[in-house]
Design a protein around this ligand. Sequence first.
Ligand code: GLN
Length: 494
Amino acid sequence: MSAYSELDAVALAAETSAGKRSAQDNVAACFAAVGQLDRELNVFLNTDRLRAEAAAIELDRRAAAGEELGALHGVPIALKANMCTVGFESNCASRILAGYKAPYTATFVERLVAAGAIPVGMTNMDEFAMGSSSENSAFGPTRNPWDKARTSGGSSAGSAAAVAAGITPIALGSDTGGSVRQPAALCGIFGFKPTYGRISRYGLIAFGSSLDQVSPFARSVRDLELVTRLMSGTDVNDSTCLDEPELQLEHGDVQGLRIGVPKEYFADGLEAGVRARCEEAIATLERLGATIVPVTLPHSQHAIAVYYVVATAEASSNLARFEGVRFGARVEGDGSLQGMFAATREAGFGPEVKRRILLGTYVLSAGYYDAWYGRALKVRTLLRRDFETAFESCDLIVGPTSPEPAFELGSKTDDPVAMYLSDVLTVPVSLAGLPAASVPCGFTDVGGVRLPVGLQIIGPHRADARVLCAARAFEAATTHARERAPAFAHGGAA
Ligand code: GLN
């Protein structure tokens, strides 16, 4: 029997279904890793071992009874703390939702649980998914398993660290502007943001509703495929959901594919190792049979500005529901209703969330709406058209996921714009609603520390399968994803 932390979800489910190990063994191994690593990395905001054990006992009973078993039979999974799941505290790493337990479970979580997955806990994140380092969490940052002085990225930091540290084989995050791709890159694992709408948002606590997309992390591409497929498909509770339950795998490889390389993604400002590893990755794809074509995405330089108008506008409206009446914490204030709202929001939200609510309210306000929000929507259309034009001459686009590897905790906290620029290469894809994966493509040495680099593979609208096929071909041709972080739960045989 292989060690729990060495297996991806597909292999773990297969061994568990074959009776080589039990679901209870998996939960025990997972919590052994939690015990070993959670305190130093700050991965989870809350876990529920008893609930996970009860789920495992039921799965083991089904196996013993010869019942049909799901594709994720007995696989522990970590969920981001903005995902409603009965029994867990979905507090979005915010004081305003302290103690909040959702009365229902998100559709995508239900679908994974129906396939045999076992939720073990809610992971740390930037408050309401606003941030790129998890330093906006009200509960302290998550530390990177490759170097504990550095960030795991954000906002889905805990989920990325859980997978990179071998605590769970798979985890879920949400990607609004890069929050799964960027931490995947910084933690040396795979992350995949599907086409906007592929996965129901029902039960994902909203940040930017026209951007939010549930997205998996994994240590193999086949796990990304499986988890994405299981979560996909229409949902009566989300009218923006695409009717595409199947991921139709198009190519087994990149042979004959035209891969576009945008010059804007290799502009000044890329860390040298990131540039070198991505260039090597492009050479590898060429060796595997792809044709490399230069493309241009001329409006990319406006993406961050557009994103911080659109996302903040949507956030200001989505976060209006947190006022101390219906959810979470309440502060009475001066005794009036307005005073209670104000005091609750003043005490409950952290500074970055307040900044975004203020910005978003401003750009939507009468007199400024057309100049800010209306104009941002127009530029968003230009960004989408950039991709459409580029995809006339190529099948996929590749470039770095993040301009730099994991940065030191504290190094950007005083400069919001520097933090926002972390997402300069992921945000355009989000604004266009396209599918994109981050794939480990090697390492860069920063001051004697070896840090992972991620390659972003971007596809046209609904070409999720093509992105994953290319990711799979790259994974098969390289060994980067097999390297383990120093803080990895190499544990006993269980
Ligand atoms: N880092 C970006 C932000 O702060 C993206 C966040 C996300 O994708 N949730 O908004």
